[in-house]
Design a protein around this ligand. Structure first.
Ligand SMILES: Cc1cc2nc3c(=O)[nH]c(=O)nc-3n(C[C@H](O)[C@H](O)[C@H](O)COP(=O)(O)O)c2cc1C
Length: 257
């Protein structure tokens, strides 16, 4: 009997819906531009609200979300994404061996790997960035009270603070991706435009983000999908990624009390 079947009908409905949203969310890069088909403000706000519900240490909520619809700013961020893409994939920075193993290895078919490399190398795959509403996710570079946590991990308060703040921002981002999917809005988390501190400083300047007091963590694009994306890269199962009590001890050995 599945875990869902063990629940009361109402709880089962919610649990199955959550699982459905998690399983079916995909990075959507084939999208209408904001000018062709804008995502309405109340949809964007609902998605941001989902981000605001993310957990954070002592509910510190270290994130800020800058919602960019301005075309020039979107173009500038998109250009920075393309530059990095072309440099990495079109400039011979990555060998075919690397591309076909760690980068696109999961695709298996050489034709699919080739097409993806070309789409990346020309920067074409990054077109979605300027087409979309871009949510710039930034957070405070440090957390107030971080010194109290340093007994937990032997790193400096500042390192721990920024690690935690970044973690919170990523949780907020994931909430947004899931909410967007539930609303039928296509989304993609992306980082390519921030390929250097100079690029990050440039984006910060465009969005009036005080840098480096605030760090840009990444971006979420929001746009209506041109068509549904049903298949995405497979994920490893718990049998491969979960370990019992210590890394290397198979999940199969899990013993129920
Ligand atoms: C931290 C992070 C950085 C990413 N950076 C980019 C990026 O710069 N450009 C992009 O198009 N997608 C980016 N992605 C999206 C991934 O490529 C995508 O999530 C992954 O291939 C799995 O596909 P799926 O989201 O459709 O399941 C990023 C995702 C994460 C979590």
């Amino acid at each position: 009997m599945s875990v869902f079947e063990q629940l009361e009908p109402e709880k089962r409905k919610y649990a199955e819906t959550v699982w459905h949203i998690i399983k079916n969310r995909r990075a959507m890069r084939w999208v209408y531009s904001y000018e062709e088909k804008p995502v309405p403000k109340d949809f964007i706000e609902q998605i941001i609200d989902a981000g605001c519900q993310a957990p954070s240490p002592e509910n510190y909520q270290p994130w800020e979300f800058v919602v960019v619809t301005d075309l020039e700013t979107r173009k500038a961020i998109g250009r920075l994404g393309k530059i990095f893409c072309k440099y990495m994939f079109g400039g011979g920075q990555i060998t075919w061996k690397e591309v076909s193993t760690w980068r696109f290895g999961y695709m298996k078919k050489p034709s699919a790997i080739g097409i993806s490399t070309v789409l990346m190398g020309t920067g074409w795959l990054m077109e979605y960035i300027e087409k979309s509403v871009i949510v710039v996710i930034c957070c405070r570079s440090g957390l107030v009270g971080a010194k109290h946590f340093t007994h937990v991990v032997p790193i400096t308060a500042q390192q721990l603070a920024s690690r935690m703040a970044q973690g919170c921002a990523f949780m907020a981002a994931q909430n947004m991706l899931l909410m967007a999917h539930a609303l039928g809005v296509g989304s993609c988390y992306f980082n390519f435009p921030m390929s250097s501190p100079a690029a990050e400083a440039k984006i910060a300047e465009l969005c009036n983000i005080p840098y480096p007091e605030f760090t840009i963590i990444g971006f979420v694009s929001l746009a209506w999908p041109l068509f549904p994306r049903t298949r995405g890269p497979d994920r490893s199962s718990p049998a491969k990624k979960a370990w019992y009590n210590f890394l290397g001890n198979s999940w199969e050995n899990f013993k129920e009390e």
